[in-house]
Design a protein around this ligand. Structure first.
Ligand code: 3HC
Ligand code: NAI
Length: 649
C-alpha cells in the first residue's frame, strides 16, 4: 500500500501521507507525492489538500537516508513540481512541520495550521542547512531577517507566530481538515498566487542585515551550520530563485558530507537510543502519581520543582521545621521564576503550589510512590534516611538516591528489600538540565528500573543508564579530566590557559571556572573521603586543597581559582598562580609551555581513556551513553559528537 493515499471530498482531492512515526519524507513518501501530483494534474480536482496521518505533519527529510546516496525523486525536484502545479495545493499542518516538511508546505500555494502546530527549520541542529528551497522561498514570503532567524537558530515557532509572519494563510478553527477544505474551495475560486521561486527577492540594507546576522550567529561558537544557513539566505537575496536553489543544494550536499554533520546526526540518534534497557521490555512500571523528595537544598528543591512542573504531586521532607521552610522557599523561588519569565500562567502557578507540601515528619511520605533522597553527600546520613524511608513508605514505593559519587549498592543494602532501591542522579539546576543518570544497582527489580525510566519520561528528561562505580559515567569522567587539568598546572599551564583551551574547543566553560561555579568544597570533601584509600603511587596535586584551606570556595566566597569582583567576571588570581608555580618547584617539575592543542589533547585523551575503561567495565553499555552524557552534562560540543565518537572517527 502506498504511503500517500488520495480521497475525494466533493471536488477537492485530499492527499494523506501516512509514514509513522513522524511522516519523514522518505523515498516512498516522495514517490507517493510525485505519483499523486501527476494524477491530480490529470484528473484536475478544484484543489488539493495535503495532510498527514498520525501525530505530525512531515517532520523533515528522512535522516536515516543521509548516509546513503539519495534516490529519485529528489525532494527539491518534487517541490518545484508541486509549486508549478496548475491546482491550488493547501498544506494542512498539525504537529510539527520541520525541515523538509516545512519546505514541502512552502512549495504549496497555501498553508493552514492547527492552533497547536509548530513549524521550523532545524537542519542547523544536524550540521546542515535547508536543502529543498527553504532558504530561497522563505525570504520571498516573509521578512528576510525573520527567515534568517528560522534558518540560523533552528528554533521552531508556534502557529500564531507563523500566522503573524504571513507564513500561514489561516489558523484552523475547529477540525483542521474541514478548515483546509474550506480554504481550498476559496483558493480554487481565485487566481493562483505567484510561485515563491519566481518572485523577486526583497531588498535588504546590507549594514542592517549584517548586524542582524551577527546577533543570530553569536551563540554558534565553533558550529559551522548557523553561519552557513545565514550565508544561504543571503545568497537567496542576491540571486534569482532558480540560481539560489542551486547554490543552496550545493551547500547542503557539501555540509551533508562534513564531519560536523556526521557528528550531529550521530548524537541525534544517540539521544534517542539511550535510556532503553532490554530488562524493561514488556515490564509495567509502578505508579508515579506522588513523589517524595528528602532534602530541600539545591538539588532537592530543583528536583521537586521539576516534578511539580511536570504535573506530579510532591511531598518534601527536611530535617526540622526551619529547614522545611527553607526548602519550601527554594521551591517557591523556582516556581516564582517560571511565572515571572512567563513559562507558566498565574493559575498554573497557584495549582503547582497546591500540589506541593514540605514537612519534617517522614509519616507524610506514607502515600508516596517514589521517593528521591537528596540529603548531604555522606554515607551514614544517607543510610539513616533510607532506614526512615523504609519505616514510613509503603512497601512497593521505589526508593531513589541522588548521590553524586557514593556506592548505591551499599545504600541499597541498608534496607531489607534492596530491589526497590535505584540511583537517580540529576544535574544542577535539576529543573533545567535534561540529563538524568539512572544508576542501576546489582539487586534492582526490573519494574523499579522501568519506573525510573518512566519517571525520566514524565519529567521530560534524557535518561542514560549507568552501572555502580565512583562517580558513575558523568562524574567519573569529569573527575578524571579534572585531575589531568591539575597535572597540567604542575606541568606548566595556568588555570586561565586551560580554561581558554577548553572554551575555544567549544565547551561552554573551562574546568576551573566550572569548579568555582559549583563550589570548591564539594571536591575537597570527596578528596578527604578518598584520602585513606588513595594509592601512595598515585600522583596527587594538593593545590586545590591549599585554596580550600584558606576558606576560598570559588564564586560563592569571591575567591577560588579566580578572583570575582563586582562585575562577577573571573580575573586571574596571583596568589593561586604563585601556589601553582611553587608546587612545580617543590616537586622538581620543569614548567613547560603548552599550546591550546596540547592542553586539549591531554584533556580529551583523558576523557577517552576513562570512557574506554567505563565501557570495558560495563558501567556504560555503549559509547552513545558516554557521548550523550558528556554533551548533556558538561556541554561537550555536540558538533563533535562526543569524546568516544571522536576517538572512533
Ligand atoms: N528522519 C528519520 N527518523 C526520524 C526523524 C527524521 N527526520 N525525526 C524523528 N525520527 C525518528 C526518531 O529517530 C525516533 O525513532 P525511534 O522511535 O526509532 O527512536 C522517532 O522518529 C520519534 O522521534 P522522537 O523520539 O524524537 O519523537 P518526539 O515526538 O519526541 O519528537 C520530532 C518528534 C519533534 C519530530 C523530533 O523527532 C525531531 O525533532 N526530529 C528531527 C526533525 C528534523 O531535524 N528535521 C529536519 C531533517 S533534515 C531535512 O529535512 C533536510 C531538508 O531540508 C532537505
Ligand atoms: P545541599 O547541602 O544544598 O542540600 C542538602 C539538604 O539536605 C539540606 O537542605 C539539608 O538540610 C538536608 N538534609 C540533610 N540531612 C537530612 C535528613 N536526615 N533528612 C532530611 N533532610 C536532610 O546539598 P545538594 O547540593 O542539594 O546535594 C544533595 C545531594 O545531591 C548530595 O548527595 C549531592 O552529592 C547530590 N548532588 C548534588 C549536585 C550539585 O550540583 N549540588 C548534583 C547532583 C547530585
Amino acid at each position: 500500500m502506498s504511503v500517500v493515499t488520495t480521497t475525494m471530498h466533493g471536488d477537492i482531492a485530499v492527499l494523506t501521507i501516512d509514514n509513522p512515526p513522524v511522516n519523514a519524507a522518505s523515498q516512498a513518501v516522495r514517490q507517493g507525492l510525485m505519483d499523486a501530483l501527476i494524477a491530480t494534474e490529470k484528473s484536475k480536482p478544484a484543489a488539493v489538500v495535503l495532510t498527514c496521518a498520525g501525530r505530525t505533519f512531515v517532520a523533515g527529510a528522512d535522516i536515516r537516508e543521509f548516509d546513503k546516496p539519495f534516490l529519485e525523486p529528489m525532494l527539491p525536484d518534487l517541490l518545484n513540481a508541486i509549486e508549478a502545479a496548475t491546482r491550488p495545493w493547501i498544506a494542512a499542518i498539525h504537529g510539527t512541520a520541520l525541515g523538509g516538511g516545512f519546505e514541502l508546505a512552502l512549495a504549496c500555494s497555501h498553508r493552514i495550521g492547527a492552533p497547536s502546530a509548530k513549524i521550523g527549520l532545524p537542519e542547523v541542529n544536524l550540521g546542515l542547512i535547508p536543502g529543498a528551497g527553504g532558504t530561497v522561498r522563505l525570504p520571498r514570503l516573509i521578512d528576510p531577517v525573520e527567515a534568517a532567524r528560522l534558518a540560523v537558530t533552528g528554533k521552531p515557532i508556534s502557529a500564531s507566530e507563523a500566522h503573524k509572519l504571513g507564513l500561514f494563510d489561516a489558523i484552523a478553527e475547529g477540525e483542521l481538515l474541514d478548515a483546509a477544505i474550506a480554504l481550498a474551495k476559496d483558493a480554487a475560486a481565485k487566481p493562483l498566487p505567484t510561485p515563491l521561486l519566481t518572485r523577486a527577492a526583497p531588498e535588504v540594507e546590507r549594514a542592517a542585515w549584517d548586524a542582524a546576522i551577527a546577533k543570530l550567529t553569536a551563540k554558534a561558537r565553533g558550529q559551522n551550520s548557523p553561519h552557513e544557513a545565514a550565508a544561504a539566505v543571503r545568497d537567496a537575496l542576491d540571486h534569482s530563485g532558480t540560481d539560489a536553489l542551486k547554490l543552496e543544494r550545493e551547500r547542503f550536499m557539501r555540509l551533508k558530507g562534513s564531519p560536523q554533520s556526521a557528528a550531529l546526526r550521530y548524537i541525534f540518534f544517540a539521544e534517542r537510543t539511550v535510556g532503553k534497557s532490554p530488562r524493561t521490555k514488556g515490564v509495567a512500571p509502578r505508579p508515579l502519581a506522588q513523589i517524595g523528595v528528602v532534602g530541600g537544598g539545591t538539588m532537592g528543591a530543583g528536583i521537586a520543582a521539576a516534578a511539580l512542573l511536570s504535573g506530579l504531586k510532591v511531598q518534601m521532607i527536611e530535617r526540622d521545621q526551619d529547614a522545611s521552610n527553607a526548602g519550601a522557599a527554594r521551591v517557591e523561588g523556582i516556581l516564582g521564576g517560571s511565572l515571572k519569565r512567563g513559562l507558566i500562567s498565574e493559575a498554573k502557578h497557584t495549582a503547582l503550589l497546591a500540589s506541593f507540601n514540605a514537612d519534617s515528619n517522614y509519616s507524610a511520605l506514607a502515600e508516596a510512590d517514589l521517593v528521591i533522597e537528596a540529603v548531604f553527600e555522606d554515607m551514614d546520613v544517607k543510610k539513616q534516611v533510607f532506614k526512615a524511608l523504609e519505616a514510613a513508605c509503603k512497601p512497593e514505593a521505589v526508593l531513589a538516591t541522588n548521590t553524586s559519587y557514593l556506592d548505591v549498592n551499599e545504600i541499597a543494602a541498608s534496607v531489607a528489600d534492596s530491589s526497590r532501591v535505584i540511583g537517580l542522579h540529576f544535574f544542577s539546576p535539576a529543573h533545567i538540565m535534561k540529563l538524568l543518570e539512572i544508576v542501576v544497582p546489582n539487586n534492582v527489580a526490573d519494574d523499579v528500573l522501568a519506573t525510573a525510566i518512566q519517571l525520566a519520561k514524565a519529567l521530560h528528561k534524557l535518561p542514560v543508564l549507568a552501572g555502580v562505580c565512583d562517580g558513575f559515567i558523568a562524574n567519573r569522567i569529569m573527575s578524571s579530566y579534572r585531575r589531568e587539568a591539575d597535572y597540567l598546572l604542575e606541568d606548566g599551564a595556568l588555570p586561565h590557559e586551560v580554561d581558554a583551551a577548553m572554551r575555544n574547543f567549544g565547551m561552554p566553560m573551562g574546568i576551573f571556572e566550572m569548579q568555582d561555579l559549583a563550589g570548591l568544597d564539594i571536591g575537597w570533601a570527596a578528596r578527604k573521603r578518598r584520602a585513606a584509600t588513595r594509592p601512595a603511587s598515585e600522583r596527587y596535586v594538593d593545590i586545590p586543597d591549599r585554596i580550600c584551606e584558606q576558606g576560598h570556595f570559588g564564586r560563592k566566597t569571591g575567591r577560588g581559582w579566580y578572583l570575582y569582583g563586582e562585575d562577577g567576571k573571573p580575573a586571574r588570581n596571583p596568589e593561586v598562580e604563585a601556589l601553582i608555580i611553587a608546587a612545580s618547584a617543590r616537586k622538581g617539575i620543569p614548567r613547560l609551555s603548552f599550546s591550546e592543542e596540547a592542553i586539549m589533547a591531554r584533556i580529551l585523551g583523558c576523557m577517552q581513556n576513562e570512557g574506554a575503561a567505563i565501557l570495558a567495565e560495563g558501567i556504560a553499555a555503549s559509547r552513545e551513553d558516554i557521548d550523550v552524557t558528556m554533551v548533556n552534562a558538561f556541554g561537550f560540543p555536540r558538533w563533535m559528537g562526543g569524546p568516544m565518537f571522536m576517538k572512533d572517527a
